[in-house]
Design a binder for this molecule. Structure first.
Ligand code: AHR
Length: 546
């Protein structure tokens, strides 16, 4: 509160300057890229684990939007997608990198949020439309504080129309976040009209003039980003935001009443925010957003040692704690009948600002992401959208340079879940040993089970997929699986994400050190044994016996 008042009084720049010059330099040291270390003995193997599954015990339907992504004007995220002067890789529509599109297609991403992030609250959408030669270049008004690697100049050549070309190539749903912080309800209304109005409307006709006669029919719109925080342009109290949000929502819906609106929510870091916001504006809200990055300790040292391996993965249970808190805060205000789903529209493991421009992720980060998907599957009735932050070059799934690209272990974990999950989540009971993990940044102290598990089933109930995550850094985990109400064929297909060590990683020189291997398993039955290899994610695809 003190900080909030100081910022309100003296403005944002002094705080940002202090942050930039005092805090960030500490966090910008290359402290997290140490080589693989055997710094902790493997120790005794954990006791064998068990998984019990009753295939008729359905938790709920999984919304495909949980396999979503996010892109923002920060670092080289957008340049990794749209790079019109690049002559080293094939481009389509005059700028979209074909190699990157291919990789994104491999993820079955269901929804993509753009243009931010913090950037969205300062973005003027009209600067990014019309003939590209006429668009005004300028500095990145949000991220330029952090230097050119994080906030370089923007040419505005990837605007609304280019975003929609990108979306069209991927057959995914667009999610546009408007500039509440710097804009007006009228500006937002015009943006919706540009996207969804037909040619007879003023802004729909501009779109047609720009070469896109057919309305884009953008269904999901976010009003502001992290507007509770002093770092955000237009930061606000919950009460002011709630009233402002209603004005924006009403204006935007005059163009298209069918659009779905995402309001800025948060977790217990701002205890009363959701209660106040939902109390005033609840009836206008279709999704409540939530951002979770763990551990958010930018000044810490982190290495590839075993301690940090577990500390990073322990972020996943923290996600569940926060999701449950937000779910309860929604029910408290709206009651059980008026459900507002959570849009976890930014998530990831973020411990250093260098991750915004220096892409480096190990198998550990893939196991963390898999563990978060396990949490989403368990909480399908609360989380209906989740957008990994971000798709390209910024804490990324995909890494690019001028001429090449590769995917990292987070991408592969995402791919296993988005490709092999069936639409219904099934409850499972797991028994296994745990490891105590310490408090770290926003992560509370806890017990991390070595085995993570989530189970999905198809509509006709003849295909069941078990996702098993062996989080142990060194030991395989023999596991007894017991199934009721589902007798599988003895042969199952298995997809396994793994690498030579928990700190293995991919790079331009070696893109397949961490990879997915397809295997066949021939001993499935109502009760079977499976050994999950150390530091791996496995999906076992079981077909029901005829
Ligand atoms: O993903 C980077 C930034 O993290 C986003 O702009 C912001 O919303 C979040 O704090």
């Amino acid at each position: 509160m003190w900080l909030f008042r100081r910022v309100a009084k003296y403005g944002r720049p002094p705080v940002m300057l202090a942050y930039r010059f005092l805090v960030l330099p500490l966090g910008l040291f290359k402290t997290y890229k140490s080589p693989s270390q055997t710094d902790e003995p493997a120790g005794p193997p954990p006791s064998p684990a068990t998984i019990s599954i009753d295939a008729s015990n359905i938790i709920g339907e999984i919304n495909p939007f949980i396999y979503g992504g996010f892109i923002e004007f920060i670092g080289n995220c957008i340049e990794g997608i749209w790079d019109e002067n690049n002559q080293n890789v094939p481009l389509i529509h005059g700028g979209l990198r074909q190699d990157v599109l291919e990789k994104i297609r491999g993820l079955n991403i269901s929804v993509i949020r753009w243009p931010g992030g913090c950037f969205s609250d300062i973005y003027r959408w009209k600067d990014g439309i019309g003939p590209r030669g006429d668009r005004k270049p300028g500095r990145n008004k949000f991220w330029h504080w952090f230097g050119p690697k994080i906030g370089h100049r923007i040419d505005n050549h990837f605007g609304m129309d280019e975003f929609m070309l990108f979306i069209g190539e991927l057959d995914t749903e667009p999610y546009v976040n408007i500039n509440y912080g710097s804009g007006t309800p009228e500006e937002a209304r015009q943006w919706v009209e540009y996207a969804n109005g037909d040619e007879s409307t003023e802004f729909g006709s501009f779109r047609a003039k720009n070469g896109h006669p057919k309305p884009y029919n953008v269904k999901i719109w976010g009003i502001a980003n992290e507007i509770y925080g002093f770092h955000e342009e237009g930061y606000s109290t919950a009460k002011d935001y709630a009233h402002g949000y209603i004005k924006f929502a009403k204006a935007m819906r005059t163009v298209d009443p069918s659009i779905k609106l995402v309001a800025v929510g948060t977790d217990f870091s701002y205890r009363n925010w959701n209660r106040i916001l939902l109390g005033i504006a609840g009836e206008y809200i279709d999704y409540l957003s939530l951002h979770i990055y763990t551990p958010l300790r930018f000044i810490d040292r982190i290495s590839n040692n075993v301690k940090d391996y577990y500390r990073v993965i322990a972020g996943a249970p923290e996600f569940e704690r926060r999701i449950k808190w937000v779910e309860a805060s929604i029910v408290e205000v709206m009651g059980e009948d008026r459900k507002i789903p959570i849009a976890l529209d930014e998530w990831g493991a973020w411990w250093n600002f260098r991750q915004l421009f220096e892409s480096y992720a190990t198998l550990r980060d893939g196991i963390f992401a898999a563990s978060v998907f396990e949490v989403f599957h368990r909480n399908v009735n609360a989380v209906e959208m989740a957008n990994y932050a971000q798709i390209v070059n910024v804490i990324p799934l995909i890494v690019t340079n001028e001429a090449d690209s590769y995917h990292n272990p987070i991408y592969l974990a995402f791919q296993i879940f988005s490709k092999y999950s069936e639409p219904y989540a099934v409850a499972s009971d797991v028994t296994c040993d745990t490891r105590t993990t310490p408090k770290w940044g926003v992560i509370s102290e806890g017990e991390l089970p070595y085995l993570g598990c989530s189970v999905t089933i198809n509509k006709v109930r003849d295909k069941l997929v078990i996702f098993g995550i062996n989080r142990h850094h060194a030991h395989n985990l023999p596991t007894a699986v017991a199934l009721t109400n589902f007798k599988p064929n003895s042969t199952a297909i298995v997809f396994e994400l793994n690498g030579p060590s928990h700190s293995a990683y991919n790079s331009f020189d070696n893109k397949e050190i961490v990879k997915i291997t397809e295997k066949s398993f021939n001993s499935a039955s109502s009760e079977f044994k499976y050994t999950f290899p150390a530091h791996s994610l496995t999906s076992i695809v079981l077909q029901k016996e005829k």
